[in-house]
Each structure stands twice: as C-alpha cells, then as structure tokens.
Design a protein around this ligand. Sequence first.
Ligand code: MLT
Length: 409
Amino acid sequence: MFTANGYYSLLQGSYLFSEIAKRAAAFSSAHPEADIIRMGIGDVTRPLVPAVIDAMHKAVDEMAHEETFRGYGPEDGYEFLREAIVRRDYLSRGIPVGPDEVFVSDGAKCDVGNIQELFSSDCVIAVQDPVYPVYVDTNVMSGRSGRFINGAYEKIVYLPATAENGFVPEMPKQKVDVMYLCYPNNPTGATLTREQLKSIVEYAIENRVLILYDSAYEAYIQTDSAPHSIYEIDGAKQCAIECRSMSKTAGFTGTRCAYTVVPKDLVYRDTFGNEVSLNKMWFRRMATKFNGVAYIIQRAAEAALSDEGYRQILGVVDDYMENARIIRTSLADSGFEVYGGVDAPYIWLKVPGGDSWAFFDELLTRYHIIATPGAGFGRSGEGYLRMTAFASRANTIRAMERIREGRAL
Ligand code: MLT
C-alpha cells in the first residue's frame, strides 16, 4: 500500500512567496483599481541585454538546420559555457576552478534543494537566521528537521545573523555537518569581509563541516574588498560547494540558467565508510536525473559572460543598485532603521511596531506596495521587512514617495 512522505506535513504553511502572491491577488481582486507596486519577490524587471538576445536568435537559427541542430546536450552543461564561467567568474579573480568542477543547471533554487541528495539522511543542518526558506523547507521535506516547535525546527541548528551581531553568524557550539551560507545575503543584504569569511572557512575545515555557499547575488557587490566567491579564501575548495545563478546577474529568472561548483577536493566518507568524491557523485546525479539546460539558453548565458555581454549586464546591475540607493536613503530619511542595499539588491528595514506581517498588510492596503515580511525568513526575521531593488526606476521612486508622504490612497 502506498504511503506518502510524511515530512511534508511538517512544513509550515505555504511557500513564502506563494503566500505573498496569494495575499496580493486577494487584495487586487477586491480593489481592482489599486495601482500595486511589487517589491516582494526578487524578480527582475529589465529585459535581457542585446548581447544575450542576439545569441539566442543565433542559437534558434542553428536549431533550424540539420547541420547545426542539437539534441541532448551534456548533462553538466556544454563545455563552451563551463569554460566561459571559469574564465569570467573564477580565473579573472585568480581562483583556480576547473570546467569539470562546474555543473550547469536550470536554477540555483533547484541546486540548493537537490544537492542534499549527496548528504546522508542524519546530517545535522545549520542555517543562518533569517534564512532563504528553500534551505530549510527542502531539508524538512527530506526528513532532517524534526518537529516545528516555538517557531523553529528541533533538529535544525539556527545561527542568528542579525543587526545585533552585524549579520555575521556565530559558529555553532554543537556538532553540525552542513552549513548553508548566503552572501551577499538574502534577505538582509549584508556581506562578509574577507576576514570574516576566512574564519568561517577555518571553522569548517577544522570541524569537517560542508559549507553550501550561495553567492547568487555576487554581481551586486560594490565594495571592492568584499569576497565574491568563497574560493577566494585559501582552503575553501576542501570544504565548500558554491551555487551561482544567472537569474539576478543577467536577468534570467524566466530564462533559467545557473551553476554549481563542486570541487574535486571534496572527498568524504559515506554511510558505508567508503571514501567518495562529491564531484563524482554530483556528476552521477546530474547524469541520472537531468538532461541539461537547453542549448539556446546556454548560448545566451555564454553571451552574458562575454566581454560585451558582461559590460551590458553590469549596466543593468548598476541600474538596480541605484534603485537600492534610492530605497535605502529615502527610507532612512523617512525615519526607518535600514540595512543592506549597498552590496545587494535587498533592503532590510526594521518595522514600526515589530510585527512584520502586520506591516506587510499595512504597506499593501495603505500604500499598495508589496514587500516581503521578515518573519517569512525565520524567527530572527520577525520585526523586519525586505524590499527589493528590482522594480522599475519609476515605480521605485513612486513607492518611496507614497511611504514618505504617508498618504492613504
Ligand atoms: C527571493 O525573492 O528571495 C528570490 O527571488 C527567490 C528565489 O530566487 O527563488
């Protein structure tokens, strides 16, 4: 007799961004005249840059001719893209990553969820708090969380990274096996200094902890000294997997392309005591469960990483970062305590009254602005709200005007 996976029953409510979309849709249908400004989910609004569009057109034409048509591609990505990634994102910073350590996929969200197939079922998971909900929910689904008690899962180790500790988590006192880190951070917008990241890497090496480093927002870093990759730190290839995404870097949220670096140095014992390579395991997993990202999309991603494409996508990033500056300064001028928005497209603000869902509702109903309540990112997110810099410039300015003027619409 079939039995369903009971761990899904341990999930709390619906996925954060589905819940927000549901509340926004309900408000919109009750108030069809409301001119809603969306600053909730981190979804881009600017079109793909010309270099990317040209490459896509060219690849579409190739698919129209027998001589250039492509069927199944390599499961881990075409070599042309893996080499472009290595050149642009690693070798340019003096980081020795090989193309055979890069795995191209259709999204960082999928990768951070799927990668745990490499973890034994009894691995103890540590996450920053507040946290991107995917890290927690996917571990709940696979049975590593225990029950949800007093706002937290009993078997997950939460590492508060809050305004009080400068958004740098203290390393766990108890034994953990895997630690999820995200910098530039979603949702707080914070970054780590090289020294801070170095001491985390040292902790991980000393304690044989595997770090899952999500650097999906690295292109947004403006501070010259801030590390873009965990592999800028000596020894990190012995303890870290890094996930990157073209979504926020190149506007691929709807186009779908990302990649994960699984270094060959990551060698551990498995449940049976065998010495195993995570790189080989991940390749095996991709070959078994994935047939690769579409050729057209991989050509588009390659173009985004070319000299001209990269210049164009950084122009878009600068544009979003100007939105971030506008949000940060106008909220601060309106008397809010504001964090982030300097090296990341997210602004993290302290909400008056301390109830983030109540403030979410107030913003929606009074100002017709959608943001993301901090409580949706975990216990330490309560009392905060996240705004994205991904709206159009005009909408960003209008949203700030609405808040500044405090007017009921
Ligand atoms: C966010 O808003 O946190 C992200 O856009 C969600 C995602 O990338 O899946």
